[in-house]
Design a protein around this ligand. Sequence first.
Ligand code: SIN
Length: 511
Amino acid sequence: MTTVVVVGSGIAGLTAALHAAENGCRVTVVTKGALPDTNTRWAQGGIAAATHPADTVASHAADTLTAGAGLNDPAAVDVLVGEGPARIAELVARGVAFDRTVDGDFARGLEAAHAVPRVLHAGGDATGAEIQAALGAAVRRTGIRVREHATLRDLRLADGRVAGVELDGGERLDADAVILATGGAGQLYAHTTNPSGATGDGIAAALRAGAAVADLEFVQFHPTALAVGSPFLVSEAVRGEGAVLIDDAGHRFAFDAHPDGELAPRDVVARANARAMAAQDGHPVRLDATTLGAERLAQRFPTIDAAVRERGLDWAREPIPVTPAAHYLMGGVVTDLDGRTTVPGLYAVGETARSGVHGANRLASNSLLEGAVFGARAGDAVARDRDWPVPPGDPQGVIAAEVVIDAPPFSRGALQEVMWAEAGVVRDAEGLARAAAVLAAWTADPSPRSIEDVNLLLVARHVVSAARSRTRSVGAHFRSDAPDAATAALSLPVPAAHTDVIPASPEVLAC
Ligand code: SIN
């Protein structure tokens, strides 16, 4: 019987675990918090899939490719959108109660850069929490072993392949295969919508094991995180329902950047916000949702409504301050369409992986779908694979692996500020060179640190290295020293981080 360790317990990890177990594998899920403490749990907008008769997978694919600026792998996109409806049906069968219309059909929301409303949601804006609860319950029912509060220290290798994992504290778990599903690395940045556990653990462990990574320059910044108190995502679905962005003068500036205004691709709106903030001395821009009314806001967006009100704001009566924040990493550990990495026996799924599905920028609400689709494929593949084939060839942009386990004395906050200032929404050669020098200097003086900080430093160095290598702007990677024609007008500098407005790392969560 194949023994599998899945690291991470969000939608990608639990789906992979369920599929592997249902295919006869002996599965252990390892997670550094409690089972539900994941990035998935915080997902608001929903999960995109072509489930309406008037929608098509071709349309969903076209939107995904446009958002990705054509750098997507078309085969991965076809898998994502083609298998999406089946994975939605599977989630329903596992107990996810998506919101429905009075006719019993799925309620579908519109988000930026989607041609039609195709975003399914649950509990209004609690989609991730609903999915997390249903999959967690399914894992418990299936009898999959769960190790909570167990942090991955490193992968174990033997004879050129994965042999298991080592946990913080030294405990070792043997495995025929390991599936990395640890999410992204939003904690690289001073401002992020991600919980504190998003420290790139799987990507860093894969790098140390010699796995190929790619596309790490493509970091998605969400345009609208609440700029009061701790950063909190204000879903794009709010703009999909009609909310608009205004500057201090009340000007609706998003149309200056793109004909689709607030529903332009996410990177365009994030840069438009950053530019408007720069023009008003760094004050956050404002999201005006007042036309939706108190009742609709509370009913459709109960989670955001509570967060807004907790901060003493009334968004039914006045526009709320918002700012861009790091949200999603398009790059990661290079995989084939079944999650296989370049290290035999090692798989990666969800935000940890770079399957090629997102290209240079992810389409809104494709991330939960990615977790469901590629988690299922990896869980199926791990049960099938016997000789642990290595995918042929290295994709363009692969960075050579680097082994760094000792880390120097630096503070996570300092790293986050450097990344925000020099490798954030807008980059240029000089800033990236400064960041590279600072990060390199931090490697000079090894001392024991938390594995999360070790991981953040390693991933930060690779993000900066990748951003330096890609000298033209594309998708979420915007170089003010080489903007493309369409975005040249948005090349104003981003204001310094507003630490008085948005304290870094407020959430005490792990994934
Ligand atoms: C949002 O709700 O705006 C975020 C959804 C996503 O990142 O896909």
